[in-house]
Write a protein that binds this ligand. Structure first.
Ligand code: NAD
Length: 361
């Protein structure tokens, strides 16, 4: 059964919250300062933390657990996470282990968290720089999605979520891919998160339905369907790692931007292997680039690497070291039509043969 609801009003959320006697809210500090009066009027017990990848840790987990203990949270208490994907991942993780598990609800405030991180019951923290090295499968009691939160989101953060939204429609809905493609102008000039049009709301709702539908069929990633959600991520993760490697001090690309470049590569790979018709490939390329998301060659230029060979060698190195790569094969997600993807075991050797064509289109 669906555990999420989308509303511009706080009333349906208040109706849920009033069922609980003891509510504890873990809130991203940026969200806390932007929405302080609503947060203070909605929650009595508030834990504010500075959200960044290093905060998704055992240390933060322990601090939140200590705070819950000091404030007498028991098994009947409700824990609520208010913030982006870092908050929802961390809060879900704490709730799933505190006193062997307490009920939790999520109030995602970024586009990434609204359509992706809060949906699907995966929680996680990072250990020794390894993303989501520890985590649980644990379903939130409710996920309250209010598109109003997107109004204050920095544009670059909005774009990252937009990349995941496009990915979701490439996987699961051609019609909505075309609806989203009509919005690229207002996405690229930053109008969409201010105007919050009906079309954007429809897109949010549909993207959440698609993701939860996939998760419902393969909750624990056993049957492979959930792997479709990795579209763009094989190269995406490797591109992110290359940026950290070549330009560690600069924030050249964040996760959503790397995924967008990864989707372009997956689309091109599918085209070169004769799986995806050229018009569909062009449509994907157009939506991604016209929204203002980068390609791999653009990211490589920003990294200022002397030769393309050095960059692609490093990319291959990171793909080979990906936790999903087994005996030099990776279950690569190919696109066969808008709204349809398949996975195929693909050797690192084959990726190497195509790599120049894939990255420098
Ligand atoms: N569990 C899953 O299935 C899943 C899926 C995708 C991503 N994730 C995780 O999600 C995390 C990324 O999520 P994210 O992109 O939301 O990052 P995030 O939580 O860091 O939020 C991004 C930035 O936006 C700020 N922010 C949040 N809401 C805001 C608002 N309404 N207005 C202004 N600023 C706001 C935050 O303070 C932060 O600086 C990663 O750790 C990733 O691993 C998890």
């Amino acid at each position: 059964m669906d555990n999420f609801f989308i509303s511009f009003s706080y009333s349906p959320l208040n109706e849920i919250l009033c069922k609980y006697k003891n509510i504890y809210a873990v809130v991203d500090s940026n969200v806390h300062s932007l929405y302080s009066s609503w947060i203070r009027s909605s929650f009595n017990n508030i834990y504010v933390f500075e959200s960044n990848e290093t905060a998704k840790s055992f240390e933060s987990t322990q601090k939140i657990i200590q705070w819950l203990l000091e404030n007498n949270a028991d098994r009947s208490s409700l824990l609520v996470g208010v913030g982006g994907g870092i908050t929802t991942d961390l809060c879900g993780f704490v709730a799933s282990i505190y006193k062997r598990g307490i009920t939790f609800g999520l109030i995602p405030t970024t586009l990434t968290a609204q359509i992706d991180a809060s949906i699907g019951g995966k929680t996680g923290i990072n250990i020794n720089g390894i993303k989501n090295a520890a985590g649980t499968f644990s379903k939130a009691e409710f996920i309250y999605i209010n598109p109003h939160f997107l109004r204050t989101l920095p544009h670059r953060e909005f774009l990252c979520g937009w990349a995941e939204l496009i990915k979701t429609f490439i996987i699961g809905d051609k019609k909505y891919f075309l609806t989203a493609s009509l919005l690229t102008d207002s996405v690229s000039n930053g109008e969409i998160e201010i105007s919050l049009t009906e079309s954007l709301n429809d897109c949010l709702k549909r993207a959440i339905e698609i993701k939860s539908g996939i998760v419902e069929k393969d909750r624990f990633e056993n049957e492979g369907i959930r792997a479709y959600l990795n579209l763009g991520h094989t190269f995406g993760h490797a591109i992110e790692a290359c940026c950290h490697f070549f330009s560690p001090q600069e924030n050249i690309c964040n996760h959503g931007e790397a995924v967008a470049a990864g989707i372009l590569i997956a689309a091109r790979f599918s085209l070169l292997k004769g799986l995806l018709p050229i018009d569909e490939y062009k449509a994907i390329k157009q939506v991604i680039t016209e929204s203002g998301l980068p390609s791999c060659s653009k990211i490589m230029k920003l990294c200022k690497v002397d030769s393309t060979k050095i960059f692609t060698e490093k990319l291959l190195h990171f793909i080979g070291n990906d936790k999903k790569c087994k005996e030099d094969f990776i279950n690569f997600v190919f696109i066969i039509d808008l709204g349809k993807v398949i996975t195929m075991p693909t050797s690192i050797a084959e990726i190497e043969r195509y790599i120049h064509d894939l990255c420098y289109d």
